[in-house]
Design a protein around this ligand. Structure first.
Ligand SMILES: Cc1ncc(COP(=O)(O)O)c(C=O)c1O
Length: 399
């Protein structure tokens, strides 16, 4: 047996490619945010996290260009040593102010942020408690924490009874970090934050929320999930984690919270210290996006209007759509191959959306994940609905 035998025997992709159904790594030849060119043809993008449609905003582009002119294309090192710019600090200060906390710290990606925070803050014999549907980067962080002899426990998705049971089994005095996505990226559901915080506070647990899909989306002016529930960062949520790769039209991640804790992460996280820092253009793009979000809260409202319009539209077609206030709308298909075929037909009809198959979701729960933006025009949304109607009828999902 050779180490690489598994690579030779890896058939899944080959089969889907032969069937011309492979939906991943699609090459985008041109990107106009709500429409992209694939195989020489413009299609409507209903599968992107560019929630506020800011990736081609003239101010964001100009700021990125200027930062590149001023600082070059790369920081060529980590923030710990040579790669720490005045731009990083300015972004951190503005972000902390936006989120209503003392301090924030930016990392190179959101994935690295989760991987960096969890094992830094949870040590030997302390506990991480994680929702079973948390993002892969949280799972990666918990695996490193486990390797360093902390305890990792998981509870059923957004199920506060399951969480309560788990907490009751753990030593009351053990220090704990309770970590959850704010909006679950597969279902678009919002975490039950009021109940989660209540349970955490009763069981010596600190709360960390991954706001990748809720910053710029939920709450007052896009301030995230605490604001959505009328709660407070710093008091109810101890650590806010987020990414700049979605509403902020850039690349990078952050953690925000009390100064002492953020400083501790800054001086101890390997993911921060041993990886090159967020490049100048990305820092400037994220900072400008943040300023636009603060100046123009109506963008967040437009995102909700579009998401609400699509949820109603899908329901009117006959799809069962959950009732969540987010722009992530799952359409249940229920079978792997059917999901791939469905996705392929959507693309043939000019709509790009994402297939989600097992094992990412349980058998029978395979779905098409659609995402909407503040900048989608009504004619584009109507076309998406028309195509989902057409393809849904072809597949016998609709009457
Ligand atoms: C919930 C969640 N957390 C973290 C990440 C990682 O963010 P990034 O793209 O900045 O690495 C993502 C990205 O998909 C996400 O959906």
């Amino acid at each position: 047996m050779d180490l690489f035998d598994k690579c030779k025997q890896y058939e899944r992709v080959k089969i889907l490619k032969e069937m011309k159904l492979f939906p991943y790594f699609q090459e985008i030849e041109e990107n106009n945010c709500t429409e992209v060119k694939i195989d020489g043809r413009m299609v409507i993008m209903a599968g992107s996290n560019n929630y506020l449609g800011l990736t081609k905003h003239p101010e964001v582009l100009a700021a990125a260009h200027k930062a590149m002119d001023d600082f070059g294309t790369s920081c060529s090192g980590s923030r710990f040593l040579n790669g720490n710019l005045v731009l990083h600090r300015e972004l951190e200060e503005e972000l902390a102010d936006f989120l209503g906390v003392e301090s924030s710290l930016v990392f190179t990606t959101g994935f690295l942020t989760n991987q960096g925070i969890i094992p830094t803050i949870v040590n030997r014999d302390e506990c991480v408690i994680s929702d079973k549907e948390n993002h892969a980067s949280i799972v990666a962080g918990t695996l490193i924490a486990r390797a360093m002899a902390s305890h990792v426990k998981r509870y059923a998705n957004n199920d506060m009874e399951s969480l309560k049971k788990l907490l009751l089994q753990l030593p009351p005095a053990a220090p704990k970090l309770l970590v959850s996505d704010g909006v679950f990226s597969m279902s678009g559901a919002v975490v039950d934050l009021p109940r989660l915080v209540q349970l955490a506070h009763g069981h010596n647990a600190r709360v960390m929320i991954d706001e990748a899909h809720s910053i710029g989306v939920l709450g007052d002016g896009g301030r995230g999930v605490s604001s959505h529930f009328g709660m407070q960062n710093g008091r109810d949520v101890d650590l806010v984690m987020g990414t700049f790769s979605k509403s902020f039209a850039s690349l990078g991640g952050f953690v925000a919270g009390g100064k002492e804790v953020v400083d501790y992460i800054k001086y101890n996280s390997q993911a921060l210290i041993f990886s090159a820092s967020m490049p100048p253009a990305n820092v400037a793009a994220a900072r400008t996006a943040l300023r636009i979000i603060r100046r123009e809260p109506e963008r967040v409202q437009r995102l909700h209007d579009n998401a609400g319009y699509m949820r109603r539209g899908f329901r009117e077609l006959g799809y069962q759509i959950p009732d969540d206030p987010t722009p992530i709308i799952p359409i249940l298909i229920g079978d792997n191959m059917k999901t791939f075929r469905f996705c392929h037909r959507l693309l043939e009809e000019g709509v790009f959306a994402n297939p989600v198959v097992s094992p990412a979701v349980p058998e029978g729960k395979q779905l098409i994940r659609s995402f909407f933006m503040a900048t989608h025009e009504k004619r584009q949304l109507d076309r998406v609905l028309e195509v989902f109607g057409l393809v849904g009828r072809e597949f016998g999902l609709l009457n």
